[in-house]
Design a protein around this ligand. Sequence first.
Ligand code: ADP
Ligand code: MG
Length: 257
Amino acid sequence: MADIIALANQKGGVGKTTTAVNLGAGLANLGNRVLLVDIDAQGNATSGVGIAKSSISKDIYDVLVNEEPIADVILHTSHKKLDIAPATIQLSGAEIELTAQIARETRLLDAIKTIQDQYDFILVDCPPSLGLLTINAFTASNSILIPVQSEYYALEGLSQLLNTIQLVRKHFNPNLKIEGVLLTMYDARTNLGKQVNEEVKKYFKDNVYKTIIPRNVRLSEAPSHGLPIMDYDPKSTGAKVYSQLAKEVAAAHGKQK
Ligand code: ADP
Ligand code: MG
């Protein structure tokens, strides 16, 4: 039965999608069946695993808004054991359309339940907002992985994120956990990186991953080739750290195969 993890931070560009794709591929390399669920209208996770938008006939929008079976939109990727429920720009209208619908907060939960036994991990790549799509992700998930970019104001906005988590716990998903906080785009040469690391640890205590993701140019190149980092450049630092993170996450879930 899959453990469902949402990757969320309402800030854009902090490494949610990079982590969803490469953690997903890393978990698959450990023998896990992994489903990525792209709920960002940008569709970066979708293109990041090599799915051409033009080849998609149905996407997660049809699942959330029209209640079509999620099994009908799931695609295999070129990476073994890694599947994706893709998103396209069609999804950009979903928040407004869902607002007027019944059970709007549980659409993703209802969809995921139907395929949860076919995977070991389901990773939900959230958009950079705390709107209805992210609420759907939090309602459907067991836990939330929060990527935090090592930069000034790294913790800014996190209290809003935590408030949203509290609200979802109260109304829809009392067992929702914080999976962990992941430091991304870390630069060990600067004091700033170290400062952010200390601040995050002070705030989230043991909930911070031992693995820290450094800046690595190969990680930023891989998406334009439609490949997870392990397939684009297996010897890169990026591939090593995301494989390391996958081991850490798998161990926390007792799913090292
Ligand atoms: P988000 O999904 O939170 O908006 P992304 O994962 O798309 O963030 O990352 C934002 C940008 O930073 C992308 O261009 C991505 O390729 C790049 N990026 C992410 N992580 C790293 C990293 N560790 N090193 C270098 N570039 C990165
Ligand atoms: Mg993204």
